[in-house]
Design a protein around this ligand. Structure first.
Ligand SMILES: Cc1cc2nc3c(=O)[nH]c(=O)nc-3n(C[C@H](O)[C@H](O)[C@H](O)COP(=O)(O)OP(=O)(O)OC[C@H]3O[C@@H](n4cnc5c(N)ncnc54)[C@H](O)[C@@H]3O)c2cc1C
Length: 351
């Protein structure tokens, strides 16, 4: 029988990978996880967690406004972005440390490198070649960029958490929950926000009455909407960015953020060498048990492009790797229905 270095090798220490690694190690499997950036993945490092902290910060603008009516005498309220940004990053660093501790305690080997397939059982991890009986692809997704000239002048949610200063004006492109949340965040922090969206009503796929209410409430608060168009070209003119749109309009702004979707992280993973096939949108194709066409290779999370939300990653679509699955025959299979979800908006759709 072939001796493998590990029973389970997990590529990517995000919501899906960390949980799978920890649980499998708890069943006695020899587990390693490779992470090319920071343990915790998108949700903890540059997604849900820092986003939520910024949402809290942005809410405070309204509290200050209301305070005077309740007799509070506060001076002119102003946000110090550098303090907010750095404190958010301190919290992210704390959680990153806790995730590392959790994996350490579970006996999972953490390899701080990019992993790529050399064949169906062998991975190149840093300068090592490592073999595993079962492999889990949990590499997540990355923000999509627009296809237009000058697109490098804008940034994505990855960079939004690290801005040097808050711009005076900002275009946020996209109509999903991430663009909506960031429009609320930056507007709350005092930025003049224009939400550019290719459709006519944001939050496609959500209940229509909620979408209408949120868009109207945002507009009433002062978020501008520029709808039914996309970028044609972006250029810099001195300190200003000019966003030339396909509807013929040109918008002047100081910063542009793209939140126009996320692409599964499958490029350069060596999936061809492993024989793993892709589905639509460059996602790893999996069956209901999160198994790829190569029986001992599984994939969970955003890399499968099913529902791009954390709880889905860390619980519902997590396979238990062989030999652990035999120990847990009742493990819930992935069900392809949509889980409940929410977006952190200001103003909220309901109280
Ligand atoms: C701004 C933002 C806000 C969000 N807010 C919410 C929210 O409020 N609620 C919610 O449920 N979801 C939210 N999400 C979505 C959530 O973050 C993702 O669904 C979840 O993190 C996906 O988990 P994952 O394990 O599939 O991938 P990730 O968490 O992205 O983890 C993948 C990891 O793999 C690593 N990696 C990639 N390739 C390799 C490689 N070859 N070798 C080694 N490591 C590799 C990456 O560095 C990354 O750490 C948000 C996302 C964003 C971007």
């Amino acid at each position: 029988m072939t001796a493998y270095d590990y029973d389970l090798f997990v590529i990517g220490a995000g919501s899906g990978g960390v949980r799978a690694a920890r649980i499998a190690a708890g069943y006695g499997a020899r587990v390693a996880v490779a992470e090319e950036y920071r343990v915790g993945g998108t949700c903890v490092i540059r997604g849900c967690v820092p986003k939520k902290l910024l949402v809290y910060a942005s809410h405070m603008a309204e509290e200050f406004e209301d305070a005077a009516g309740f007799g509070w005498q506060a001076g002119q309220a102003a946000v110090d972005w550098a303090t907010l940004r750095d404190n958010v990053q301190n919290e992210v660093a704390r959680l990153n440390g806790l995730y590392i501790q959790t994996l350490d305690k579970a006996g999972v080997d953490i390899l701080p490198h990019r992993a790529t397939f050399l064949d169906a059982h062998t991975l190149q991890v840093g300068d090592r070649q490592i073999t595993a009986r079962t492999i889990l692809i949990a590499t997540g997704a990355r923000p999509a960029m627009p296809d237009c000239e000058g697109e490098a002048l804008g940034f994505t949610s990855n960079e939004a958490f690290h801005l040097d200063t808050l711009p005076r004006r900002m275009i946020i492109a996209g109509g999903g929950y991430i663009s909506t949340e960031f429009a609320g965040i930056f507007h709350g922090l005092g930025v003049e926000v224009t939400n550019l969206y290719r459709g006519d009503l944001i939050l496609k796929g959500w209940d229509r009455d909620i979408r209408e209410r949120i868009q109207a409430a945002y507009a009433a608060k002062g978020v501008r909407f520029h709808l039914n168009t996309v970028f044609r070209k972006i250029e810099r003119q001195g300190e200003t960015l000019l966003a030339h749109l396909k509807d013929g309009t040109t918008l002047e702004t100081d910063a542009i953020m793209y939140a126009i979707g996320r692409k599964p992280n499958t490029r350069g993973l060596g999936l061809e060498a492993a024989g793993v096939t892709l589905g639509e949108n460059e996602a790893v194709a999996v069956n209901a048990a999160s198994q790829t066409n190569v029986p001992h290779i599984y994939a969970v999370g955003d890399v499968t492009d099913r529902v791009q939300l954390t709880p889905w990653r860390s619980g519902r679509d997590m396979p238990l790797p062989t030999p652990c699955s035999a120990a847990s025959p009742g493990w819930p299979p992935m069900t392809p229905s949509r889980p409940p979800c929410s977006a952190s908006r200001r103003p909220p759709a309901s109280a």
